[in-house]
Write a protein that binds this ligand. Structure first.
Ligand code: NAP
Length: 309
């Protein structure tokens, strides 16, 4: 694949922000291609149930919502190519995207590459994935029916994961390095009420104990320095995300967290390049904010293509 054709817009990443941009672009008559490495949805596709996306009063699973968004954009003529982007030349004219399937060209680029789970960086962490170490409770939680699991983190993801796991596992231990959760209040009461959820405050995980599979974790009290062992079958690591910005480092301005610096207009420091969804600097990373970005980016791109900003 790869073509000499120059698209009006290439969207990199087929999550909710990406496919909303594709929908708006296709409906605006722009020749639009989405580059997606695996399948639509991004992190959303890994979410078991989404209850806070308006219009689905009974909730919807992320995979189905992703398929719907893709089909909706494609109904208006947006195309999808399954390809891994390897290099981006964003200051070239036209902009060039070298991929596993050849090079694609476009007048505007929308970066919708999202953010991936952050790792703890412990010895054996990578090797134990699927054998006790996991990053997605909605995906892997069912494997721990009746077992003991630990969840590390104190944000909304960790709190949500602990609640979900409390309905599956026998015992859930939430390990957080502070003495209180960062998660929004809505999670606090149900977690405290859940009889099988315990908290290990002021604690970090210092070692993964294992044979073939994970058998436990070593914890360190950050105040006293005391160490303890918690035997467990699973460890769900839920300590935030890292933005997928490797490919644009040195070209696009990034903030301290590595997210692409762009305000509500989604415009980056480069003309004709926009950042939408989780990859952009923003206070709230949700499906609903990602889709809003997608619409906004196309509005800005249309102005740019018409010779404006
Ligand atoms: P987050 O809000 O950034 O929280 C990350 C948590 O992990 C923090 O509590 C942090 O501790 C801890 N942490 C970070 N690095 C660590 C390390 N190396 N070792 C131990 N702990 C570490 O991330 P998130 O929970 O994944 O959420 C990401 C975004 O998605 C947020 O904007 C969140 O609101 C949103 N989200 C929303 C919902 C919802 O509304 N239902 C659900 C999930 C996610 P400190 O507190 O000490 O910094």
């Amino acid at each position: 694949m790869g073509e000499t054709r120059v698209y009006d817009m290439i969207v990199v990443g087929g999550g909710p922000g990406g496919y909303t941009a594709a929908l708006y672009a296709a409906r605006a008559g722009l020749d639009t291609l989405v580059l997606e490495k695996l399948s639509a949805g991004g992190q959303m596709a890994l979410t078991e149930e989404i209850d806070n996306y308006p219009g689905y009063e009974d909730g919807i699973d992320g995979f189905t919502l992703a398929e719907k968004m893709q089909r909706q954009a494609e109904r208006f003529g947006a195309q999808t190519a399954y390809a891994q982007v390897e290099r981006m030349e964003l200051t070239a004219a036209p902009k060039a995207l070298k991929t596993s399937e050849g090079t694609f060209y476009a007048r505007t680029v929308i970066l919708a590459t999202g953010a991936n789970p952050r790792e703890l960086g412990l010895a054996g962490e990578e090797a134990l994935v699927g054998r006790g170490v996991a990053y997605c409770a909605a995906c892997d939680g069912m494997r721990y029916k009746g077992k003991t699991v630990a969840v590390v983190g104190g944000g909304n993801s960790a709190a949500g994961d602990a609640l979900l796991l409390s309905r599956i596992a026998e015992r859930v231990v939430l390990v957080h390095r502070r003495d209180q959760l960062r998660a929004t209040k809505i999670y606090h009461e149900p977690l405290i009420q859940a009889e099988n959820v315990e908290f290990r405050w002021n604690s970090t995980v210092t070692e993964l104990l294992h044979e073939e599979k994970l058998t436990g974790i070593r914890l360190r009290d950050v105040q006293t320095g005391a160490e303890s062992v918690l035997p467990c079958d699973g460890l769900f690591i839920s300590v935030g995300r890292k933005p997928a910005t490797e490919l644009v480092k040195g070209q696009l301005e990034l903030d301290a967290g590595g997210y692409v610096t762009a305000d509500e207009t989604t415009r980056t420091n480069l003309p004709g390049v926009y950042a939408v969804g989780d990859v952009r600097t923003k206070p709230l990373r949700q499906v609903v904010t990602a889709v809003a970005d997608g619409a906004m980016a196309v509005h800005m791109a249309e102005e740019y293509l018409a010779g404006g900003a």
